[in-house]
Design a protein. Structure first.
Length: 461
């Protein structure tokens, strides 16, 4: 079986997850009966866990990159390329981008003294004679007030000159002579927002490198901006490989539905990318070579074809092109045969396995750190939670398991095989299970899924 395996449906044999020696090792160590490898016998704390399975004398050494190291390599990969030129973006298109320059106030905020409440602007001590006119937001400044005078005022309206305070509507009353009385003491300047209270023109509001959130958009607009200077979204082209894939209808005649074509573009957008094209190429080496060499995208993402089967063309084409292979296989399950290559100084390729959940593993292992660097997004703060159930581990590779967050813990989900999407579709995060597994109550690292975090990570359009 090639790395493509199955794109949807039942759990196919894990050819991408286990080589012959690993299968023998698991047979020797026993099985849980659930289709998952059993955890090896515990070792004393602090003892490194090593793979001791005997290999054939002629077998190639295990060259896969450890999962944490693979993510670090992907995060550094784009830094050797040329610096990306900032773009000027209108506010309605800037959400999710990163500021390429500091946001500097273009005017005082507020730009004039304003009323913080609906009520009366007053001058001097009371009681006050109330003028017949009123002051509304967006209108010209009213005539100055004399001591003993008051005028009705709306929130956001310009405070008349010589006003000493604003009395809220609920804190004042008028008598039968039309005079205003305060229901409580009136402090000088109360409920008046003075000019420049938030900032003065020229003040730095936010540094470059700030992620543009809805609040940042509001601040930029309030400070007088119509556009902002931002790091452009990385341009990504998706190449879906496989002759066995259907784009509609039910599986039939040995053909299966393509799950990755509909899924990957939205996921990549949630990671900050701009999708330039999604192309279905089948198992055609010439078409794949032409697509890769003709692409102008910052990142090319391929699905399937990353192993060494008869229709796995990704490796031969990269060798033919002289691409630099930065990561060739990762010690993670699912998703072991993923790869990262540098085609040009400013262009990379991430090869994902064809099984759907394995492809997600590759996406979050290699594509996410690379895209984060290209878009200058800050790295999320790592965090860990205790598992509410035990999870079996691979003998010497990391496992990524879909999990639901419940209070102060994480519940690992079933249906976590390489070909399965049922678990990840219900998940909030991926639990990073170390080699050997994790016991109930053990704290493990969690990777939030883009749509499961409060904020702007979800940017599917």
């Amino acid at each position: 079986m090639t790395a493509r395996g199955v794109h949807a449906g039942g759990h196919a044999p894990d050819a991408e997850d286990l080589d012959v020696d690993e299968v023998l090792a698991l047979v020797n160590e026993g099985s849980t009966g659930s289709g998952e490898p059993a955890a090896p016998s515990p070792q004393p704390q602090g003892t490194p866990q090593t793979h001791t399975t005997a290999r054939h004398p002629d077998a190639a050494p295990h060259k896969a990159t450890p999962w944490p190291e693979a993510r670090a390599i992907a995060g550094r990969a784009a830094r050797s390329g040329t610096r990306r030129t900032p773009v000027s973006v209108t506010l309605d298109a800037a959400l999710g981008l990163v500021l390429a320059a500091p946001l500097v106030a273009l005017s005082d905020l507020p730009s004039f003294d304003t009323s913080a409440m609906d009520g009366w602007a007053v001058a001097g001590p009371g009681p006050w004679a109330v003028r017949e006119d009123g002051v509304l937001a967006g209108h010209a400044q009213a005539e100055p007030l004399s001591d003993g005078e008051a005028v009705r005022i709306a929130t956001g309206a310009r405070v008349p000159a010589d006003a000493t305070a604003v009395i809220r509507s609920e804190h004042g009353r008028t008598d039968d002579k039309g005079r205003l009385h305060a229901a409580r003491d009136v402090g000088h300047g109360q409920d008046i927002r003075p000019r420049g209270q938030e900032c003065r023109s020229g003040d730095q509001l936010l540094p470059g490198g700030t992620l543009v959130t809805p609040a940042v958009l509001g601040l930029a607009a309030a400070a007088g901006y119509d556009t902002v200077s931002a790091v452009p979204r990385p341009r990504v082209e998706v190449l879906v490989l496989g002759d066995e894939l259907l784009t509609e209808g039910l599986p039939r005649d040995g053909l299966i539905r393509d799950a990755l074509g509909p899924m990957l573009p939205s996921w990549l957008r949630a990671l900050g990318a701009e999708i330039t094209a999604v192309r279905r190429l089948g198992d055609d080496a010439k078409a794949l070579h032409k697509a890769i060499t003709g692409s102008s995208a910052d990142l090319i993402v391929t699905t399937g074809g990353t192993a060494s089967g008869p229709v796995d063309h990704v490796h031969p084409i990269l060798r033919r092109m002289g691409a630099e292979l930065l990561v060739d296989g990762v010690k993670v399950r699912p998703g072991h045969p993923m790869l990262l290559a540098r085609i040009k100084d400013d262009q990379h390729l991430v090869g994902l396995p064809g099984n759907p959940f394995a492809a997600i593993s590759g996406l979050l292992t290699l594509a996410e750190p690379l895209l984060r660097t290209l878009s200058a997004r800050p790295a999320p703060e790592p965090y860990a939670l205790p598992l509410l159930d035990a999870v079996h581990g691979h003998p010497y590779d990391t496992r990524l398991i879909p999990a639901v967050l419940r209070g102060e813990g994480a519940v690992p989900l079933r249906f976590n095989g390489p070909a399965m999407l049922r678990g990840i579709a219900a998940a909030d995060a991926l639990a990073v299970v170390p080699p050997g597994g994790a016991r109930q109550g053990q704290r493990v690292e969690l990777i939030d899924l883009p749509w499961a975090v409060a904020g702007i990570g979800v940017c599917f359009t």
